[in-house]
Write a protein that binds this ligand. Sequence first.
Ligand code: ATP
Length: 342
Amino acid sequence: MIEIKNISKTFHQKKQSFKALDNVSLTIEKGDIVGIIGFSGAGKSTLIRTVNLLEKPDNGEIIINGKDFTTLNSKQLANERKKIGMIFQHFNLLSSRTVFDNIALPLELDSVNKAEINKKVNELLKIVGLEEKANDYPKSLSGGQKQRVAIARALANDPYLLLCDEATSALDPATTQSILQLLRDINQRLGITILLITHEMEVIKTVCNHVAVIDKGQLLIKGTLSEIVSNKENPIIKQFLKSGVMTIPQELNKKLQKEPKDGLFPLVEVELNEQISVEELLSIVYDKYKIPYKLLKADVEYLGDSNFGKLLLQLQGEDEKNQQAIYYFNQNKIQNTVRGYA
Ligand SMILES: Nc1ncnc2c1ncn2[C@@H]1O[C@H](COP(=O)(O)OP(=O)(O)OP(=O)(O)O)[C@@H](O)[C@H]1O
């Protein structure tokens, strides 16, 4: 378990000082994949760098497996850091070394014998799917392959924790997905706890089970992925989710009226969350109230077993039935907005 307790960090430059972290506390359980999300300059990198004391906090404690890292001397710290892997946005590979030799580096520094290095590096090449590239140099690799080498190198000392500092920010979306998949595999197969920072909600949604949102050096909110994603009222989360209103198809939009009128049907936007699934919602409309409907738009996404997103429905039943269904939504806390009538 990792406990970040009341960490603050101030940077001093000439006569100015800047508080990059302000009393941040966060607990990370063994085996978790925790994502820290925030806008540029929020303090994400500073926070992740305090975990292995690359950045020394002004005050607070970093307690890992019962040890307070802030009290360790440099030799003790160097020893502890071997069991914490780190990967970066720009990979930080040595261009003069082959893929094999980049991965071998931490083992060489640790005076591991050649036969063992050979065995370990070959195992790691397999895990990251780069057996064919062992003798290539970084300049001939794609961004995704470079990050795989960096991941293998970070795993060389069998870490229990992997810190990922914007590890996919320099990669295209498809490569990002494959690297995230690899991180998830590593977490599941090797049981390594992962702490990653990102400014992209997609990254969080793909791999994290816990999320912390950081803004202007402060931890705003933390929770499970479902809790965070469903907390749409929080303005920062709202911005990350980009949960805009759904656009109404043009033809209907032209006819759209604000008030109910004979011959017009309500357009209802309904929010989905862990309490209400697409299937349940449509069953309420069609099976319970026998309302024919037109599904105009759907934006549905699954996180674990829960679905999130929105549906835009035109309820084409009798006036009274439509009203009953909307009343039922309201009574049962199914968030909905009548966008108009068409
Ligand atoms: N070594 C430093 N000296 C002075 N100021 C610093 C230093 N490192 C970071 N800062 C400042 O601290 C704040 C937080 O920086 P940090 O890199 O942690 O943010 P971030 O959330 O990781 O941002 P980004 O997503 O842009 O990397 C920024 O305003 C930054 O300018």
